[in-house]
Design a protein around this ligand. Structure first.
Ligand code: 13P
Ligand code: SF4
Length: 344
């Protein structure tokens, strides 16, 4: 092993990734394709990844589709182009496989907002409540959870719980408030938010809609209630993508992370997609965690098979139950991938 590689491995945890030079003359698309075949690896990418990562991925999806795919793949290595909690979920569903994440520091503000030691105390105050956690939480939080959900199946998960049961919903208070409205259930909410979806500007969106009167305004349910109130359609990333493809409208203002526009434009090349503006000086919202992954880091992690997601056995055994319950409810409701789509 070269000295540069052993130094990079030593610094892996402080940097989050293998900090190695990549030969600029390499065709990374070609190299990554070669590595996929050589190692029987599959690349799963979330819609919020950079366009070039989406273009090299074997499967692009929202959090539900990615979990379903991770549970069913025959690959030996899952390369997760997404954030840490997503790669952890893949590891919990396929513990015998090697799961790689290009940058271990690709975190999530929602997952960070709910530390398990504090949540445990919160849960003790409501001992009879069923705990539903948005999948955007740590593996350890999943061990304290009865049923996980994603934005695609959250309504069905809440509706699966008997009416006489109290429900704790963590960690996203915006998605929780949306679910209270949608299902009529009284949820005990944890006070977490997504740093990307909580900063859309009502004022700027109103002005944008005045300039584009025929545009439909579509939003992710992680947005704040005053933004969702204005939306013509609310849905998960896949929900928004499908809606924009199927709607007769030709212009859309999209309130979610801007990475989804790549697939929207591919699915509907004749339509116009405008990112909803945040309340800062930027024109669109990017998730800084999702964007930590680059094509170079993806190539390096496949070549050296690091950084790898390692979880303690008890976390996998206890945490996966809440994910499996979610997958069963989704299957029954016909949500996400159909069984045949989930195979390689
Ligand atoms: P979905 O993938 O469920 O749409 O959630 C979006 C998100 O914020 C992922 O981090
Ligand atoms: Fe987390 Fe929000 Fe980024 Fe998704 S978009 S990974 S919820 S911070």
């Amino acid at each position: 092993m070269s000295t540069a590689v052993s130094i990079a491995q030593k610094n892996l945890h402080s940097k989050g990734f293998l900090d190695l030079e990549v030969d600029p003359t390499l065709d990374l698309f070609e190299e990554i394709e070669k590595l996929k075949k050589e190692k029987n690896a599959i690349i799963l990418a979330h819609y919020y990844q950079e366009s070039e990562i989406q273009d090299i991925a074997d499967y692009i999806g929202d959090s539900l589709g990615l979990s379903q795919k991770a549970a069913k793949t025959d690959a030996d290595i899952i390369v997760f182009a997404g954030v840490h909690f997503m790669a952890e979920t893949a590891k919990m569903l396929s513990p015998e496989k090697k799961v790689l994440l290009p940058d271990l520091k690709a975190g999530c503000s929602l997952a960070d907002s709910c530390p398990p030691h504090l949540f445990r105390k919160f849960k003790e105050r409501h001992p009879d409540a069923v705990v539903v956690s948005y999948i955007n939480c740590t593996a350890e939080l999943k061990t304290l959870t009865d049923i996980c959900c994603t934005s695609t199946n959250a309504v069905q998960v809440i509706e699966s719980i008997p009416e006489d049961k109290q429900i704790i919903f963590a960690p996203d208070k915006n998605l929780g408030a949306y679910l209270q409205k949608k299902t009529g259930r009284d949820l005990i909410l944890w006070n977490g938010t997504c740093m990307v979806h909580e900063i859309f500007s009502h004022e700027k969106i109103t002005k944008l809609r005045q300039r584009h009167p025929n545009a439909e305004f579509i939003a992710h349910p992680e947005c704040e209630a005053h933004i969702l109130e204005e939306a013509d359609f609310i849905g998960s990333t896949t929900g928004l993508l499908n809606y924009s493809r199927d709607s007769d409208a030709t212009e859309f203002i999209v309130a979610t992370e801007v990475g989804i526009l790549h697939q929207m434009e591919k699915a509907s090349p004749d339509k116009t997609f405008i990112p909803a503006p945040p309340n800062n000086t930027c024109a669109c919202n990017e998730c800084p965690h999702m964007k930590r992954n680059t094509l170079e880091k993806l190539y390096l992690c496949m070549k050296h098979e690091e950084p790898e997601i390692i979880l303690e056995d008890w976390i996998i055994e206890q945490g996966v139950k809440s994910i499996n319950r979610m997958l069963e409810i989704s299957d029954r409701a016909g949500l996400g991938l159909k069984p045949q789509d989930a195979l390689d």
